[in-house]
Design a protein around this ligand. Structure first.
Ligand SMILES: CC(C)(COP(=O)(O)OP(=O)(O)OC[C@H]1O[C@@H](n2cnc3c(N)ncnc32)[C@H](O)[C@@H]1OP(=O)(O)O)[C@@H](O)C(=O)NCCC(=O)NCCS
Length: 149
């Protein structure tokens, strides 16, 4: 299949939210997506073909930092390179907006995601205790996007 990476639009939220509920134990409320799409500092992308959304990624770009806040691929379409395309594009757009660092939080037991980020050059820099609503700790993983001048 030929997945396209495009900007996420309000009309994509139904499909995005469906994936969100399938992949996360504590999904974001729908309103988080709605609010993020209204913000100038948000980068929101989807992977789609023929109107069907297979994955999405969101980040906020504040000063020189790109905070990757959410990335997911529908379970039956994982391990086909969709996450890789989404993360590469969100990093490219972050660099375009002059972001120098990228960081994210990930559940310490989410081995798949941790390996995925490591493959992209992210390193664990910190542990945030009780970061998630269910009490799970988070690793903060970070990467230099471009050398500061
Ligand atoms: C993490 C996630 C977005 C990755 O998306 P994906 O489309 O499956 O990933 P890709 O197929 O693009 O994989 C890219 C690379 O990541 C690595 N990777 C992906 N899954 C992996 C796994 N289970 N174990 C080890 N490495 C893995 C591989 O090195 C892979 O590269 P390769 O195919 O060249 O070997 C996806 O697994 C997902 O949606 N998980 C549930 C939601 C989630 O946990 N999101 C992250 C929250 S912090």
């Amino acid at each position: 299949m030929n997945y396209h990476i495009r900007k996420m639009k309000p009309q994509d939220i139904d499909q995005v939210y469906e994936i969100e509920c399938m992949v996360f134990p504590n999904p974001w409320p729908r309103s988080f997506f709605q609010n993020d799409l209204l913000k100038d500092d948000t980068i929101a992308l989807k992977s789609e073909e023929d109107g069907v959304v297979y994955g999405y990624a969101l980040a906020s770009c504040v000063l020189d930092e790109l905070h990757i806040t959410n990335i997911a691929v529908a379970p039956e379409y994982q391990h086909r390179g969709i996450g890789k395309k989404l993360l590469s594009e969100i990093e490219r757009m972050g660099r375009e907006r002059e972001c120098v660092y990228a960081y994210l939080e990930v559940r310490i037991n989410n081995i798949t995601a941790i390996e995925f980020y490591k493959k992209f050059g992210y390193r664990i820099i910190q542990v945030r205790k009780n970061y998630y609503l269910d009490g799970t700790d988070a690793y903060v993983m970070a990467k230099v996007l471009k050398e500061a001048l």
